[in-house]
Design a protein around this ligand. Sequence first.
Ligand code: SAM
Ligand code: SF4
Length: 456
Amino acid sequence: MSKKLFIKTYGCQMNVYDSARMADVLAPLGYVPAATAEGADMVILNTCHIREKAAEKVYSELGRLRAFQAEKSASGGRMVVAVAGCVAQAEGAEIMRRAPNVDIVFGPQTYHRLPEMVARAARAAGQHGRGIVDTDFPVEAKFDFLPEQSISQSAGAYLTVQEGCDKFCSFCVVPYTRGAEFSRPVADIVAEARRLIANGALEITLLGQNVNAYHGVDAAGNSSSLGALIGTLAELPGLARIRYTTSHPLEMDDALIAAHRDVPALMPFLHLPVQSGSDRILAAMNRRHTADHYRRLVERLRTARPDLALSSDFIVGYPGETEADFEATLGLVRTVGFAQAYSFKFSPRPGTPAAAIAIDDGVPDAIKAERLAELQALLAEQQHAFNRGFAGRVVEVLLDRQGRHNGQLAGRSPQMQAVHVAAPDTCFGQIVPVRIEQAHPLSLSGCLDQHVEHAA
Ligand code: SAM
Ligand code: SF4
């Protein structure tokens, strides 16, 4: 008999990918995805530790699940509750202590062991101290133990090629929760890409916490760069678009920059976090590059691919950030010009070096809020201006979701803008030419262009 599995995913695309793989691992045990926690036989909260109060949000969600667990027991069943992801990795057994209704806690590197954990949880049901915690960084490679990815019929697919991070930026928990850098072998990635394409994927986004540090082994036993991997994937028949995220400026090597020039399937969009425009703050953050290094890199990328759209991440109010440091960030934004960006107030993550400095040298929250508002206003202006440049143009859009209104589909332009299109359902999952009629602050809208040959 099938059992209902509900997975709630927080945070980044890597977590979205991991959640799908957890479902794959549990499928042979009879678990089928459910749309809600109510009545489920197993609930997994796949958590993210990047944002402030992430752990608190997980505890309140666990509190809400208690009512569903009680209902399930009253009807003679049992709801197994598991906490996964980076909060699980960071908090470990503490989760069981604070939320005794949790049966399993496991980190991002151990979900291939889920069937064993579920079996142990079933045996331990009702016993005191029944909880199972597996937050190892195991010697065996998780990917060698995962079943083949079950394929959702999605035209836009994700594929994890690299995990973990050795950079240790002073504000970031990722090296502690995701562990050391690991790259999957080229052959495994190509095999997974072929399966995705066979099931309708036209676009594949290569994922990694530090994706451009990719150095997986190729067929000849040599280490392959991300640029070389992209070149290999671009040869696969049927794959129209390739993207990758998230990159570190220090890892943008010549091969990757050349791929932006030479591989048409590599989309003209790059998320390249810079965090700050102040060299002093960049050094304090342990980013190991200067603002000028970033500017020069962008110039090289734009020479390689003139229509490249850039996105970034920024942190304001890093401990010790002065008005002059913040001005340097605004200056960098003005000179580089971004098509979109994410910006955050610095928040101390327990266990990171920056959290210790923040105690004495923290920027007051009111100042952080002011700076964030100013930066976001500038970034929003740039994004709107970038979008306005597309009015009247025809762009290729991969329609992979329903639009806001009836009769509308939505998708992404090559430059990653959200585009809403009046289009019949038959266009779903296809790349279609769209004439842009309106440019909005965060998106574009338009109609199918009849005069341009279908380029999908
Ligand atoms: N690996 C990427 C990189 O090299 O920047 C991004 C990792 S992180 C998942 C995504 C973003 O969250 C970071 O780029 C940073 O801007 C933000 N972030 C991470 N830790 C933060 C903290 N302690 N406070 C505020 N923002 C943070
Ligand atoms: Fe975190 Fe990215 Fe720095 Fe790694 S490179 S420590 S993931 S911000």
